[in-house]
Design a protein around this ligand. Sequence first.
Ligand SMILES: [Zn+2]
Length: 224
Amino acid sequence: MQTADGKCRDGHFSALSTDHLALLFELIDRHAFGGETLKMLAITGHRLEFRLARRMTHCGGKTTTTIRPGKSQKSFEIAISPKLIFDSFVHQSTVVVTGVKCETPLDALTRIMEHEMLHLLEMALWNNSSCSRQRFKSLAHNWFGHLESNHRLLTPREKAVQQFSIRVGNQVSFRFENTTLIGRVNRITQRATVLVPDPFGQRYTDGTRYRKYYVPLGQLQRIA
Ligand SMILES: [Zn+2]
């Protein structure tokens, strides 16, 4: 697969176009379903378009279906968030998408596209689709080996904001060896890096000495 600037090395790419999305869809369809999805779309007259949703940050992909009254043809749109895919790999070398560990952005994009393809197929065949229902989960597991039917691709930082309301810069407290420590969140990866002022700690650029703690997000209490 090539990108807009013509480069895709080892599953890493720097840009994405809707042509790439269409090509990926075609390849997945060919491998998983012998090309039957695109054939079905051609026979039924359903339309399929791809979109790069640059502002979409809450999930990696989204499939929408437009049904016009009195018409049997449906319009499908698969929107993909390039930002979320790229951002996910900035602070971590692997991300988990659909319950599957992804080593590269192309891996993650492929899992997302597989998930969206199932949404499209469910909508085309049954007029409804939900990835929290058993039918979807079985399809996702049987066809693609997905272990979770969840199309949210959150970076740890986004997860921290959404689940725990914790952001970089927040003042937080946490328990450590039977005392409560207060510090500031400096970095969020799988855990938060919290800097706690400590005369014996390392001197930072602001002139203050801090000791660094790696704290699971769920153990932080936000103070400010
Ligand atoms: Zn879904």
